[in-house]
Design a protein around this ligand. Structure first.
Ligand SMILES: [Zn+2]
Length: 369
């Protein structure tokens, strides 16, 4: 039976305003929930079609909510055509189609009193910029919401995490959004891998986690508190990787490395060669004065006890070594779209790869020795 046979002509009994940058799906879902309708039925009512891909028009939303068309357009840029966008001031706002995160539970309280978890249909989701990881007004961590734990932990006792976000925003002003997004993606991968090795890299992480959790608390390893506790170190590394000066220091000593002049050939025993020649023929990074300055800054600001080791062990390189090697490739190109560098996207990609190993990796691991 069709609940709504034609396009809407009347207001819904219960309406609620969209929040700024709310996704259209989220708003439609909240409207359906408020009116005790199934999402599909409201969608069919708004579009006049049972096709779930039929787009919702701003005019239909204006009819069922009673809100002016301009207000809906301004709140949800997804509803806008090119001419609508020209007429509005939207500089600095997130672009629909990119990263999505839940809205702060305290900025958009649901109808029911519990505000400590994400409930589908009640809580709003927003288009988000990469720095929108926390609510500055309520000092709550929002994060990428990739864990089953959907709490938004308080940051009132975590000044380092709040300061890291201010630094994140300053970096964007200084180096530009795209540059920082790329650096943040790399820093996120590097720091997450360091943390998974624990020990020397995880000291600050454990200190911040101890402020979030009492001894004996159970929490998800990739939950919001873990995400927030990694964040200051990720931003400290982002500062170096986004800066042209620090990047060039990291790479300088390994650009245009000349072949060694000693009378050795690559066919001779690598162990008998001087260190520099051995590294050259083994494709291992060289040490140098500029790299030393970079590593000193890294130890001062990111990882105090970082030990530089350019060699691979069982084909495993330290992630920072891998980053430098990748940056040195003549034309690394980028097969990934820009949003691929957002941390949440990368994590999902990485977990997909873990679940579905590439065929060539399988062949390599299964090959007879
Ligand atoms: Zn808030």
């Amino acid at each position: 039976m069709e609940v709504f046979p034609a396009r809407p002509r009347r207001r819904l009994p219960r309406v609620l305003p969209p929040i700024l940058d709310e996704t259209l799906d989220s708003y439609a879902s909240r409207l359906a929930h408020a009116n005790r309708l199934h999402n599909d039925d409201l969608h069919a009512h708004l579009t006049g079609s049972k096709n779930p891909a039929a787009p919702i028009q701003a005019r239909a939303l204006a009819t069922v909510t009673g809100y002016p068309l301009d207000s809906l357009h301004y709140a949800m840029l997804e509803l806008c055509g090119p001419t609508d966008l020209v007429a509005m001031s939207i500089t600095g706002r997130p672009i629909p189609g990119g990263l999505r995160r839940p809205a702060c539970y305290q900025c958009t309280p649901p109808a029911s009193p519990r505000t400590d978890e994400l409930r589908i249909g009640e809580h709003a989701w927003r288009w988000s910029r990469h720095e929108d990881l926390l609510c500055r007004r309520h000092q709550r961590w929002i994060g990428d919401a990739l864990s089953p734990d959907t709490a938004q932990p308080s940051l009132t006792k975590q000044p380092e995490i709040l300061a890291a976000n201010r630094r994140h925003r300053r970096l964007i002003k200084h180096h530009g959004r795209d540059q920082v997004r790329l650096a943040l993606g790399s820093a996120h991968l590097i720091c997450t891998e360091w943390h998974s090795r624990g020990g020397q890299f995880a000291r600050d992480y454990h200190r911040l986690m101890a402020t979030f959790h009492r001894h004996g608390d159970i929490y998800y390893r990739d939950g919001p508190t873990a995400e927030a506790s990694r964040y200051p170190q990720i931003i400290a590394l982002t500062r170096l990787l986004a800066s042209p000066t620090w990047r060039s220091r990291a790479l300088h000593d390994n650009l245009n490395v000349e072949p060694p002049t000693e009378p050795f050939s690559p066919l001779e025993d690598l162990d008998r060669m001087p260190e520099r020649a051995r590294r050259y023929y083994a494709g291992v990074l060289q040490d140098g004065p500029q790299l030393d300055i970079f590593l000193a800054e890294l130890r001062r600001t990111v990882a105090p006890r970082y030990r530089w080791d350019p060699y691979a062990y069982h084909r495993y390189y330290d992630p920072l070594v891998r980053w430098i090697k990748d940056e040195l490739k003549p034309d690394p190109g980028s097969p990934l779209p820009p949003e691929a560098y957002e941390p949440g996207w990368i994590r999902r990609l990485a977990s997909d790869l873990m679940r579905h190993p590439r065929p060539d990796r399988l062949i390599e691991s299964e090959a007879p020795r």
